[in-house]
Design a protein around this ligand. Structure first.
Ligand code: SF4
Ligand code: SF4
Ligand code: SF4
Length: 308
């Protein structure tokens, strides 16, 4: 008998659902073993049927998200937090730093594509005051971050649920799939605001460009550094950062860059702090980041909303 899968889509961009469709031939292989009973991107099923596996994209940002998530949890045996939004809050987690009324005003009234007079539909579900990862609302069985996760890891995660003997997905960082070489370099300065560097063979850190590949979990196969852009950490923090309270993104990157180039660690840490909304963009709403004793997002950004 085929295992059944139901999916749901909370506050996210739908990119994670599109990634499921992107499974292509892997999806066909999977379909021999599974049947989708609910998947918003492919079928019009409003109810929440019982299923063996529940896959949830997006963070909890509204009462609708909260209710939908609880319904999913009550109907599925194994729940997968699917994508960086579901696991860590994702980009919309930056809403933590602002009042929800400010977010609405910025998005709907004073945004560059808005006339300045339009108001959000008054029937729309109001935003909650905070964005939270889904495990702040219901228990989660499997975490699959990635923005979106690469189809390779999606297929591997589903196989792991269906077959306890399937190979475990590794917990290595993005560097493990990057082809660039780390090497010691001299006379290198910190390249502020740069996302790329001249030498395509050499690690960005060796060239003075901040790359988060060493502090980011590999759920993408490292497409950005392979194509010439530094990693911005969209798959969320590496497992050592999640599990060890004293380890943090900026200090680990600064130490590594210092070893490779001699650039002062405080230059790197203060640069990352000044740009915290960029370098901490994907996991800001997660206690794994904002509860670290050394992470002072509010202080760095000068925002006034309190993180709990
Ligand atoms: S994790 Fe990325 S791709 Fe998935 S819903 Fe969030 S923003 Fe979109
Ligand atoms: S830090 Fe970035 S460029 Fe360097 S090896 Fe890691 S992913 Fe590649
Ligand atoms: S930003 Fe980093 S984690 Fe995200 S897809 Fe690019 S290499 Fe992967």
């Amino acid at each position: 008998m085929k295992a059944t899968i139901a999916t749901e889509w909370l506050s996210g961009c739908s990119g994670c659902h599109v990634a499921v469709v992107d499974l292509h031939e892997k999806l066909l292989g999977l379909l021999e073993n599974v049947e989708f009973v609910r998947i918003p991107v492919l079928m019009d099923e409003k109810d929440y049927p019982e299923a063996d596996i529940g896959i949830v994209e997006g963070a909890v940002r509204s009462e609708h998200d909260r209710v939908a998530l609880k319904k999913m949890r009550s109907k599925v045996k194994t729940l997968i937090a699917f994508g960086t939004c579901a696991v860590y809050g994702g980009p919309s987690g930056i809403g933590w730093l602002h009042e929800s009324s400010d977010v609405m005003n910025c998005a709907y009234r004073s945004g560059p594509t808005n006339s300045g007079t339009e108001s959000p539909d008054m029937n729309a579900v109001p935003l909650e005051e905070c964005v939270v990862p889904i495990d702040e609302v219901v228990p989660v069985d499997i975490y699959l971050p990635g923005c979106p996760p690469h189809p390779y890891f999606i297929a591997a995660a589903i196989k792991a649920v269906l077959d306890p003997c399937a190979p475990r997905i590794t917990g290595k960082p993005v560097c493990s799939d990057c082809t660039r070489k780390m090497r010691k370099s001299e006379n290198i300065t910190l390249k502020r605001g740069e996302l790329t560097a001249e030498d395509q063979e050499i690690c960005f850190l060796s060239q003075g460009v901040v790359c988060l590949g060493s502090v980011t979990l590999n759920r993408c196969l490292a497409p950005c550094p392979k194509r010439g852009t530094a990693c911005s950490g969209c798959a969320g923090p590496s497992l050592d950062i999640v599990n060890e309270p004293q380890l943090d993104i900026r200090t680990l990157v600064a130490k590594r860059m210092n070893m490779l180039t001699g650039i002062d660690t405080t230059d790197v840490t203060s640069y990352i702090e000044q740009n915290a909304k960029t370098f901490y963009a994907y996991a800001l709403a997660s206690p794994a980041i904002y509860k670290k004793p050394t992470v002072e997002i509010m202080e760095w950004t000068g925002e006034t909303t309190k993180l709990n």
